[in-house]
Write a protein that binds this ligand. Sequence first.
Ligand SMILES: [Fe+2]
Length: 280
Amino acid sequence: MARIHVRPTGAALGAEVTGVDLSGPLDAGAVAEIRSAWLDHLVLSFPDQPMTHDDLERFTRYFGEFGEDPFIAPLPDRPHIIEVKRGADERASVFAAAWHSDWSFQDTPPAATILHSKIIPPVGGDTLFCNQYAAYDALKDETKARIEGLQAVHSAGLAYAPDGVYGENDGPDRSMTIRPDQRAHATRLHPIVKTHPETGRKALFVNPGYVRTIEGVSDEEAFLLLMEMYEACHADANVYAHKWAPDMLVMWDNRCTQHMATGGYDGHERLLHRTTVAGP
Ligand SMILES: [Fe+2]
């Protein structure tokens, strides 16, 4: 009794979902269908969905508890909603324009991230996604054997420490309120190969934004292994470039994808609202 319509993008991941109205409550059947499509396609986009903050929060909670979002100030009256925004004349670097999975340095990184678009520039601003199951599958057997049981060292330091990209040397006109903190230097180990808790499939859990090295491995071997893995992750055939329109909701699974923002829209404003769903 499928009611939602799911149209795969044709790329390595992603599908568009229609036939559902996210501005009102969803019944358990609709939520189950969406969750199933999300686990199958990793990234779901829902076009033509005008939503209030209440709607976004209600939709988020269908999939779990709110995640914990460090280093970025939420909306004043909405502690779980972050504004992802860039002014038309802003000169600071494009936020999050490097491959990563969200907050992978946390003990329990968020399962999902949900973005709802309000103002979308007429050009540029695509979000790129890659499939971390397919990246694992594409590795040579000897590489799979080498990384089995190894752990990567994750840290937010390069981005959110006072001397990080968004720290004291950041562009003075950034419109997002980022809160650099010494605590960003903390490190957390995660297995490189993680079994997804819901699908049971193996995925690579490494990303260049937050992974610094590999525990117990020489710097040189860690560098070579990470480069080999990132080549599989970010190969053109493994990437889906999502094009936004206003009033579009996108949700993705941080446990089996990476993503990055792109620029190319200087002179135009861009505004989206973001929530996260706590893992696992
Ligand atoms: Fe992100």
